[in-house]
Design a protein around this ligand. Structure first.
Ligand code: MEV
Length: 412
């Protein structure tokens, strides 16, 4: 029997035969079984969980939000909360979401660009009807295929871009269904070799902008001059403008926040990450997503990224915890969710840069990292606080020291 034809018990038995699992390892796989999750993927064996926490208060367009975040990194939620605290002192984040459309691509080669362009112009209404007929319910709700553009990719390669309003959904399936229907038309016209039809994750028609203006007192820190902190944040940010090595790390920090909310909200974080990083490289060089500037009194931050998330569809309608998270988020539209996510990314970046240009990142992270270190060497939940206190006093708080301290503690 093929692996994917086996039922869950048979799959576990097959894995056990290959891997020789211990009783407690088998119990762990069993314990995390979920009937819903089993339906979601192929070859299901168990469910993998990550910690979820909440950013308790971030003000966005004058409304306060509590934001669930899913992450395995110890300092992410603490940093987001700290960033939000500073931002709230400056009146909160102001966000805009200019448009919310997904793009589907029909990719054709061996094509004459002007022939395709003329066809698209002359047949626009027909093509739009054809696309919408493939997914009538989306059109009935006021969404669906809205317009079609073409791009000449050179050497006979052409992209026919379908601009699709997916309403409250991220809409990958809708976009792909409509794109395949429109591709059928181009195949029938024999205007080139229709290679494929698929949505683009470079969602440049779903851009969200978030801005903050922070009086220096909002970023004040004991032992540092607030104006100096602001100038150093601006400088730090300028490195990312110039250097992809630094920009990648700064953007990773932004994604600490963005991905954590994207995951908690049941959206596709790979799609979001791919689109955001492509946007960071849109002028040919990979750069930072957030821009910081300052004048004599105020630090200004701004980020624009594609954020094509949904509040219905996919795992959102299936996973109960995701539904609970939407209740915590209390957003009414996909656009509102997108704005919350981008605002959290900005808060995350502010907190990271402020730490980096003042006391450095390790000081604030240490308490949380020591907890992870204690767990990593096998400390029980009861032993963790004692071991963390001892590690704080150790000359080198590393794995070896942690192991040694734990052994000594248990021997006493
Ligand atoms: C760590 O997860 C994120 C940071 O490296 C971000 C940054 O360097 O800007 C602290």
């Amino acid at each position: 029997m093929k692996f994917h034809q086996m039922n869950w018990q048979q799959r576990l038995a097959a894995i056990d035969a290959n891997t020789n699992l211990s009783t407690s390892e088998k119990a762990l796989l069993n314990h995390n079984y979920s009937a819903i999750n089993e339906q979601m993927i192929e070859n299901y064996i168990t469910s993998f969980s990550l910690p979820e926490g909440v950013l308790p208060n971030i003000i966005i367009n004058d409304d306060a939000y509590q934001v669930p975040m899913v992450t395995e990194e110890p300092s992410v939620i603490a940093a987001a909360s700290n960033g939000a605290r500073m931002i709230n002192m400056g009146g909160g984040v102001h966000t805009t979401n200019v448009s919310r459309e997904m793009i589907g691509q029909v990719l054709i080669n061996d094509a004459d660009f002007s022939t395709i362009e003329t066809l698209v112009t002359n047949q626009a209404a027909h093509l739009i009807d054809l696309g919408n007929a493939a997914h009538p319910s989306m059109a009935q709700r006021g969404g669906g295929l809205k317009r079609i553009t073409t791009r000449d990719l050179g050497s006979g390669f052409v992209s026919v871009d379908l601009h699709i309003d997916t309403q409250a959904a991220m809409g990958a399936n809708v976009v792909n269904t409509i794109s395949e229907a429109v591709a059928g038309y181009f195949k029938a016209q024999q205007v080139g070799n229709v290679v494929m039809a698929i949505l683009s994750n470079f969602a440049t028609s779903s851009l969200v902008t978030a801005k903050v203006a922070l009086p220096f007192k909002a970023i004040a820190k004991a032992g540092f001059e607030a104006a100096d902190i602001a100038q150093r944040i601006v400088l730090a940010n300028q490195f990312s403008q110039r250097d992809p090595y630094r920009a990648t790390t700064e953007n990773k920090g932004v994604m600490n926040g963005i991905d954590a909310v994207v995951m908690a909200s049941g959206n596709d974080w790979r799609a979001i990450s791919a689109g955001v990083h492509a946007y960071a490289a849109r002028d040919g060089q990979y750069r930072n997503l957030v821009t910081w500037t300052c004048d004599d009194t105020t630090l200004y931050g701004e980020i624009t990224v594609p954020m094509p998330v949904g509040i219905v569809g996919g795992s959102i309608s299936i996973v109960p915890l995701v539904q609970t998270n939407h209740k915590l988020l209390n957003v009414d539209s996909a656009s509102q969710l997108a704005q919350v996510i981008v605002a959290v990314g900005l808060a995350q970046n502010l907190s990271a840069l402020r730490a980096l240009v003042t006391s450095g990142i390790q000081a604030g992270h240490m308490q949380l990292q020591l907890k992870s270190l204690a767990l990593a060497v096998g400390a029980t939940i009861a032993e963790v606080p004692v071991l963390v206190t001892q590690l704080q006093q150790a000359a080198h708080a590393d794995m070896q020291t942690a192991r040694q301290l734990l052994t000594e503690m248990r021997e006493k």
